[in-house]
Ligand binder design. Structure first.
Ligand code: SAM
Length: 282
């Protein structure tokens, strides 16, 4: 394993996030007490890391097993969502128990930094998590199911079960992300979440879900909107994210053309997330 890394000013965080959007091996860490961020990309082959270095500068080092462990001790801060969820990087069972005890009103989700997108820190994930909490609140006492297209670390599907979903299915085309997500399912003791390797561009919807999340980027969403529509029924809700502000109008128009209507659009930094339903079927 090789890691490419570079330090940058925090003011460029959005630009780096954008540059590595959709790159599940990329990790951006804010360094506590400094206005600096560290950008890292974990690569299996040295030449992959060197290609990034050639493009963006920075350095490449081999990641020995002990370095890997050391890295994972440096944890990003927890993410609290609407007083219902706490996404933490902690993975030690005893420490997780302590966190749960200290936050009895929150559902704690453990997502250690790994080679999958979705620690809860990125604007796209954080906004979908908020929308998911609001949706779960509206469904309290009623069963609901969730489809998670482009699951990354599995954070949204795991959150869905913690918030009351009776069933969730997620997929990602990146085998490393799927492995990480499946480990996260075990770590978070989920019972009814299944995550499989699948390319959403080839995947065929076979049933309807109450809640669909697709944090997937514009170019993928463009092709996937009709499949999202086929996965929804008249009461279903959809969260689409991963859309750059500059592309949002075009992207949401394509969603509307496919049969969706968007009821809430949230802009955070350069990222847009939208909540929608099937058009004309409230
Ligand atoms: C922005 S991340 C979202 C991860 C997580 N759902 C979240 O909200 O934090 C997008 C994920 O979609 C996956 N992805 C991109 N294109 C895909 C495709 N064609 N089929 C399946 N997964 C895809 C990427 O590997 C990545 O894990």
């Amino acid at each position: 394993m090789f890691v490419w890394s570079k330090l940058s000013s925090e003011k460029w965080a959005d630009a780096w996030e954008e540059r590595f959007a959709g790159e599940p091996r990329a990790v951006i860490t804010r360094i506590a007490g400094r206005s600096t961020i560290r950008i890292e990309v974990y690569c299996e082959k040295k030449k992959e890391a060197e290609a990034i270095s050639k493009q963006f500068g920075g350095s490449v080092r081999e990641l020995k097993a002990q370095n890997w462990a050391a890295m994972s001790q440096e944890q990003p801060p927890p993410v609290k969502v609407r007083g219902r969820l706490l996404v933490v990087a902690e993975k030690a069972k005893t420490k997780l128990k302590e966190i749960e005890k200290a936050h009895p009103k929150l559902q704690v989700i453990s997502i250690p930094a790994d080679m999958a997108f979705g620690t809860g820190h990125h604007a796209t994930t954080a906004t979908v998590l908020r929308m998911l909490v609001d949706y779960a609140k509206s469904k309290e006492g009623q069963p609901w199911t969730m489809l998670d297209l482009g699951t990354g670390s599995g954070v949204l599907a795991i959150a869905a079960e913690k918030l009351g979903a009776s069933e969730a299915w997620g997929c990602d085309f990146d085998d490393k992300a799927v492995r990480v997500a499946q480990e996260n399912l075990v770590r978070n003791r989920t019972q009814n979440v299944v995550i499989e390797e699948a390319d959403v561009l080839k995947w065929k919807p076979s049933r309807r879900w109450d809640c669909v999340a697709a944090n997937l980027f514009y170019d993928i969403l463009e092709d996937v909107f009709p499949k999202i529509v086929k996965s929804m029924s008249k009461h279903s809700i959809v969260f689409v994210s991963g859309i750059l502000r500059t592309q949002a109008d075009d992207c949401l128009k394509l969603g509307e053309k496919a049969g969706l209507v968007f009821e809430e659009v949230v802009i955070r930094g350069k990222w847009v997330t939208a909540r929608g339903r099937l058009a004309g079927r409230k």
